[in-house]
Design a protein around this ligand. Sequence first.
Ligand code: ZN
Length: 408
Amino acid sequence: MLDKVVFVVMDGLGDRPIPELSGDTPLEAAHTPNIDKLASASQCGSMCALGRGKKPGSDTSHLAIMGYDPTVYHSGRGPIEVAGIGIELQGGDIALRGNLGTVDHNWIIKDRRAGRIRDVQPFTEALDGLRIEDVEFIVKPGTAHRAGVVLRGRDLSDAVTDADPHELDLPVRRVDPTEKNPEAERTAEVLNSFHLKSHEILTDHPHNRRRTDQGLLPANFLLLRGAGTYRELPSFQERYGLSACCIAGGGLYKGIGAILGMKVIDVPGATGLPDTDVEAKFQTAVTKLPDFDFIFVHVKAADSLAEDGNYDGKKSFIEKIDRASRLFLDLPPDVLLVMTADHSTPCGLRQHSADPVPILFCGHGVRKDNVTTFGERACATGGLGLITGLDVMPEVENLLGRLPLIGA
Ligand code: ZN
């Protein structure tokens, strides 16, 4: 009987035929003996995370495949990213993503990453706990030049514009309300005051004086974007009765785990980049099986490589995933393995698309079909047919024998 799940999401895995790969997709062209062996023992299919003809973001698609309808539960990227860097959110908090950048005297942006600064902690520490009116600002470091910012207070709204113009040599944008109500107007005002105050604090920061002396760009502005309101979600454990953990390198994916109440496990070498240690992540997944019922493993880089149009890099990275997947060939008999993607990122498009992605369910008692390779077109002929993201967890629950009976 199946009662545990290893759930692997390979970000942006799906693609389209590429002439330079003889008309194969990077997944079809890649040498993947281990995943093909798993596919041969699986029920396979195709999956559109948000349904046919809908182009998923990574955040909405992850919510859907975890069984959380994004039209109900998605409230912006800010809260997810902020949860991913370990800030505990409360209902009503407004969360934003931020970059430590460099501006001149007229607030014209000279560098959006302050010369690719690596450690922003001294700067976020100087801003953490700042109060504007009765609003508390929680400011914590993210990876490299990034920071997470939470506004905690009464009567706040996420209906505000971004301060970050996303381009160089443009001025920092004034934050404006996008709705006509006192909450949005007040939040915009508070954020504009924060920019003024935080710029003063950062400009005078001793680390910046030192940076300027060394000829480095000062990190003198925290550019904010992506405001979202945090709403508490029913946890994964409450929803499915399964204790869950999350193994991911990228902040957004740790954030998905965190907002669903999963235990976020840091694996050394999990960078979210092509150099990530996939082997260490999959090994950790196997090692954690005695402690958790559901192990969510996220692997990012196929998506980033596709966004660079790098089909050879994507193919090689898929082969790296395959080598680590040998660790899944001998899972204990009570473990269901699910391998899929959140969306397609065709290298020719360099962005997400609505093309379906392959999915496999491998485990004791699963109705194995005739698919013998894990590819977009091979899996489209599989026994599962075409499913949506919201169908995935009910399939898992069914295979675990956990679905309630409808009727008598
Ligand atoms: Zn994605």
